[in-house]
Design a protein around this ligand. Structure first.
Ligand code: NIG
Ligand code: FE
Length: 434
């Protein structure tokens, strides 16, 4: 047994040849939502964060074995172990980014410049930009190009503390290109340490070739794409962009119901740009999550409080597009389950930093730091049906833990624009950065 530290510059691992355990000692503070076996935390429960100062944790293979105060660490965990000094570091559950569109052909900085000069997201979309701009470049990219870029993004996301991410299709919007995207996601899932969950979003935009006969595209999604995707087990989730100019409430209902008939769990982009009623539809079809919600009605907030639909907050989009923020405070006060994600995509949020979203959640949506942590971990995991494995630091869960150089958990949303991640433990494997 040995314990080493490279003081000040991070942490150092001393290796045993075949250790039984990986143990991190002297952790300045460990902080995690307390689930008590619940799949998510709602309303007031979202503030229930447990902290242990001067903590230790023991991991066997990819699973958390023991957590507690360093002084209480049982001796047998130190006998044949790789031991790491966690001095000066805060340990948090790896972040769960429950909503991204990170597979795409090309970036859209020229649209960003147009927005800076006053053009709106909708105006740009109406001129053939927006989602259909990325549809063009994604169709032009082959699987290996998409794979290469996605792997790079995933590396950087882990560096920012995310250990589980959802990735949507939706920039193919043809049978062939949607399958290309979902296959590409499967490839990176096999090749990367990140936990990856895919979602079918064939109903992201009406493709240009169907502009004059949109109902035929909805038919294609329902009659061909959904049955194929489900039969080939390319994903377990079906999403739709329910919005004026994209998919109507009726079309969204049909698409989500068809998905359910084929065993796909519904998700929805709801009430982002206009109050179309996508939130009420989410409750009606028992969607696992409804995301955006910038224009959710008070009635729907009450419905969310009584249902298990997870409200996915994406403040990075409001920040980037200059729109109003979703009423996270009202949702939590009403008793809803609230999650947080980046929505990383080339048009409306070119950031994969979950900590930055936590800062926005606190400053712009008046969430408490504790609520932002719960939203970005256990509740986000529940939106991917993964909260039995990830989203909190508990015995028996996957050892997905992020170590940050800072004094306490509250510091994370407070000191923004800086990557505080010193190291990440992903499924028990150390990824060390400084
Ligand atoms: O979640 N709202 C719809 N889709 C994405 C935007 C995608 C894009 O602009 O490319 C979103 O914000
Ligand atoms: Fe989105």
């Amino acid at each position: 047994m040995s314990l080493k530290s490279i003081g000040g510059s991070g942490i150092f691992m001393s290796k045993q040849n075949s250790p039984d355990y990986t143990v991190v000692r002297n952790i300045k503070q460990l902080a995690t939502p307390i689930t008590n076996g619940k799949p998510f935390l709602r309303g007031r429960e979202m503030r229930e964060i447990a902290t242990v100062d001067n903590a230790a944790l023991a991991v066997q293979s990819d699973t958390i074995e023991w957590i507690g105060r360093d002084t209480d660490l049982p001796y047998h965990y130190t006998e044949n172990a790789n031991i790491i000094d966690g001095s000066g570091l805060v340990a948090l559950p790896g972040f769960v980014d429950m909503h991204t569109h990170m597979v795409f052909g090309a970036t859209r900085e020229e649209e960003f410049a147009m927005r800076c000069s006053g053009a709106t997201y909708q105006e740009i979309a109406a001129k053939g930009g927006g989602i259909n701009n990325t549809v063009r470049t994604t169709r032009e990219s082959d699987k290996s190009q998409l794979r290469k870029q996605t792997m790079r993004f995933l590396d950087k996301m882990i560096r920012h503390g995310s250990t589980t991410v959802e990735i949507k299709s939706g920039y193919g919007v043809s049978g062939k290109d949607e399958v290309k995207m979902l296959d590409g996601i499967k490839m990176v899932k096999d090749d990367h340490l990140m936990n990856i969950v895919s979602t079918f979003l064939g109903a992201h935009a009406i493709p240009p070739e169907y502009k004059e006969h949109r109902e035929e595209y909805v038919d294609l999604v329902c009659r061909k794409m959904i049955p194929y995707v489900a039969q080939k087990k390319l994903t377990g989730f079906c999403d739709v962009f329910c919005e004026n100019g994209f998919f109507s409430l009726e079309e969204s209902r049909r698409i989500l119901q068809t998905g359910m008939e084929h065993g796909l769990t519904p998700k929805i982009h709801a009430d982002e740009l206009s109050p179309l009623g996508g939130s009420e539809l989410a409750v009606e079809v028992k969607a696992i999550s409804a995301d955006h919600l910038e224009n959710i009605s008070d009635k729907a907030i009450e419905l969310f409080a009584k249902s298990n639909v997870i409200a996915g907050m994406l403040p990075g989009v409001s920040f980037y597009l200059g729109h109003d923020y979703a009423p996270a405070r009202k949702l939590i006060d009403a008793g809803a389950v609230v999650a947080l994600a980046t929505d990383f995509n080339p048009g409306s949020c070119m950031s994969y930093s979950v900590p930055l979203m936590m800062t926005m959640a606190c400053t712009q949506m008046k969430m408490a730091p504790e609520e932002s942590l719960t939203a970005a971990t256990i509740n986000a995991a529940a939106a991917l049906k993964m909260s039995d494995r990830v989203g909190s630091i508990e015995k028996g869960k996957l050892a997905d833990i992020v170590f940050l150089q800072m004094p306490n958990y509250m510091y994370l949303p407070y000191h923004y624009g800086e990557n505080h991640v010193a190291a990440v433990m992903k499924s028990g494997t150390w990824l060390e950065y400084r």
